[in-house]
Design a protein around this ligand. Structure first.
Ligand SMILES: NC(=O)C1=CN([C@@H]2O[C@H](COP(=O)(O)OP(=O)(O)OC[C@H]3O[C@@H](n4cnc5c(N)ncnc54)[C@H](O)[C@@H]3O)[C@@H](O)[C@H]2O)C=CC1
Ligand SMILES: O=C(O)CCC(=O)C(=O)O
Length: 318
């Protein structure tokens, strides 16, 4: 059997899978579609992160393909319907990086509120500007969540521990899975999240419905001091409209871990705003989450290839 890995995977997972199959590891393969097509022809399994676009053409080429392992959560880079039609199973690492993303968002909220890095740099210049670096408390501020699933409810728990009020919009959440009484999130409509929040954090998948979910109309509802945090997917926030909203002072700023087209060059227009901070899709990337994800995905791929039951199969009911 052959397992093809087209993006970065920690060595421990690769070695685990070598016990049952030949493993071809090429972390840059996602960049070259033709090479991926050539290599997938005799692969039984494919392992990807979020950069390999697994479209119909790739799935057509993968005649022997039985399973795709997603080293993470978001599935917007995989044509799920085409995979289902070809009986290719998908395993994903549900919630294995949720704590990492929740902690990243808390770090952003604290960074936006207290200029510690800037104050430290100023002191190194020989200054002692105490008043200049007066910050804000996050205690009593409102965090608005768009999407209250695995990441959203973990973030709520952490924000509530800091004394924040947490409201959330998620029309599809199942109360049975995530009881709001236990998560501490007050369930509201999207407009209320936008009107009431000091921080708006996005935690929904990229779908036809969520593409450009936040654009000019939505920014116009927001407070002037509000900060948008997007760790979810580029494409959910309309980037041109965001740039205008931030530069015109309609909202205070944005922290984006994800962009519509990744990676970007240094002249990318969003990087020209001093009020927008972009990080290179790292919210879920910690040593701990990577170990969890690697173990789950390598184990689950082997289970599928050996005909055993996997509890990490993505539902084909979409
Ligand atoms: N930047 C990073 O490193 C990472 C990014 N992600 C992204 O975060 C997303 C969310 O991850 P999880 O919380 O684990 O997923 P999840 O599936 O547990 O939660 C997503 C929630 O969004 C809700 N939702 C779906 N459509 C919606 C809509 N139109 N309006 C409002 N709510 C809607 C669902 O009901 C669900 O509760 C992933 O799909 C992925 O794109 C996930 C992990 C790491
Ligand atoms: O760490 C990665 O490769 C991507 C994480 C992510 O975006 C996800 O899990 O959906």
């Amino acid at each position: 059997m052959k397992i093809l890995i087209s993006e970065y995977m920690p060595e421990s997972g690769i070695n685990r899978m070598r016990k049952i199959a030949e493993v071809e590891y090429n972390p840059d393969l996602w960049r070259n579609k033709q090479e991926l097509i050539n290599k997938i022809i005799d692969a039984d399994a494919l392992v990807v992160r979020n950069q390999t676009i697994v479209d119909q053409e790739i799935l057509d080429a993968g005649k022997k393909l039985k399973v795709i392992g997603r080293l993470g959560v978001g599935l917007d880079n995989i044509n799920l319907l085409a995979a289902k039609q070809r009986n290719v199973k998908i395993v994903s690492a549900k919630n294995a990086n949720s704590v990492s993303v929740a902690e990243y968002v808390m770090a952003v909220i604290l960074t936006a509120s207290r200029p510690i890095i800037q104050a430290g740099e100023d002191v190194k210049k020989g200054n002692w500007n105490r008043k200049l670096f007066t910050g804000n408390e996050i205690y009593g501020k409102t965090l608005g969540l768009i999407g209250t699933g695995e990441i959203g409810h973990r973030l709520a728990k952490r924000a509530i521990a800091f004394g924040m009020k947490v409201i959330g919009y998620d029309p599809y959440i199942r109360e049975f899975d995530y009881p709001f009484s236990e998560t501490g999130i007050t369930k509201v409509e999207l407009a209320e999240v936008l009107k009431e929040s000091d921080f708006v954090s996005i935690h929904v998948p990229l779908t036809n419905e969520t593409r450009n979910l936040l654009s000019t109309k939505e920014f116009n509802l927001m407070k002037k001091n509000a900060i948008i945090i997007n760790t979810s997917r580029g494409g959910i926030v309309d980037e041109s409209a965001l740039f205008k909203a931030v530069e015109s002072g309609q909202i205070a700023g944005a922290y984006l871990d994800v962009l519509e087209n990744e990676p970007v060059e240094k002249d990318y227009f969003l990087l020209n705003s001093s009020k927008i901070t972009v990080t290179p899709h790292i919210a879920g990337l910690t040593e701990e989450s990577q170990e969890r994800i690697t173990n789950i995905i390598s184990d689950e791929i082997m289970k599928v290839l050996e005909g055993k039951e996997s509890l990490f199969l993505v539902s084909s009911d979409f």
